[in-house]
Design a binder for this molecule. Structure first.
Ligand code: GLP
Length: 247
């Protein structure tokens, strides 16, 4: 794991966007694994700026998002499909047919999970997977549990996650209880992984993920077993790593 320390959210966003931009320049038809949440918004904004400056071309880029709420349609403004459209896809020249997100409206869980796994394998796997991290160490929607799940699956969200994500909804009751997510196996199959973290609320998750035991109780800890992981995190997110003299 390579930990890149930055000062704050704006610097994290610039550095992360530079790494993704390098991937796009090196491989114009790369498969990007994309993430949602508040953390990547600045990264996407920096990518849009680079696109507007004529530095990036997304026309051959393909993408696969980590997750989607079960029960939300792509035009629901709380869905991750809507998030991706408004925060990135609508502002760059990526082709809509090159973008992939689990279908939150598919009620047939087995069918949707199989479909999404086959989408990822038809793409030839992910070149660079962008990840945020939940306060409890989740990646995508792989919640703390007894075992690492390999493929796409449907998860029951923990109360922690529902509470953390309630800020995007009018009331906590509107937060969906289930989501489709790539499994840790899908994530670990990416050729390179870029995890971004900002703020004090992520300090414990970052510390445990990078320096604690590898355990499904902290899903992001499995990243320690991947040979090509970059973590771009700011001072607040790295505060526990620092006080424990790990960095
Ligand atoms: C959600 C997403 C994750 C994301 C996490 C953290 O649960 N499924 O992919 O990493 O939220 O979100 P934020 O960046 O808003 O803290």
């Amino acid at each position: 794991m390579r930990i890149i320390q930055v000062k704050d959210y704006p610097e994290m966003s610039r550095k992360a966007a530079n790494i993704i931009a390098a991937q796009i320049i090196l491989k114009p038809d790369a498969v990007l694994g994309l993430a949602t949440g508040s953390t990547p918004i600045g990264t996407y904004q920096n990518l849009i700026d680079k696109y507007n400056q004529g530095e990036l071309d997304f026309s051959e880029i393909r993408s696969a998002n980590l997750d989607e709420y079960k029960g939300l349609s792509a035009d629901n403004d709380q869905s991750y499909a809507y998030f991706m459209a408004t925060n990135l896809f609508d502002h760059v020249n990526i082709k809509k047919e090159h973008t992939n997100i689990p279908n939150g409206l598919n009620e047939n869980i087995e069918e949707e999970c199989k479909r999404y796994d086959s989408v990822i394998s038809t793409l030839g796997g992910v070149d660079l997977q962008l990840l945020g991290i939940g306060n409890n160490g989740h990646i995508g929607f792989n919640e703390p549990g007894d075992a690492f799940q390999t493929g796409t699956h449907c998860v029951k969200l923990t109360d922690d996650t529902i509470k953390a994500n309630a800020r995007f909804f009018e009331t906590i009751d509107e937060v969906p209880k289930y989501a489709y997510t790539m499994g840790t196996g899908n994530i670990m199959s990416a050729k390179a992984i870029l995890l971004i973290a900002s703020g004090e609320a992520k300090a414990e998750a970052v510390y445990k993920s990078c320096f604690g035991p590898v355990t499904p109780e902290v899903p992001a800890s499995i990243l320690q077993l991947h040979s090509n992981v970059f973590i771009v995190a700011d001072e607040a997110a790295l505060s526990l790593c620092r006080t424990n003299n790990c960095i």
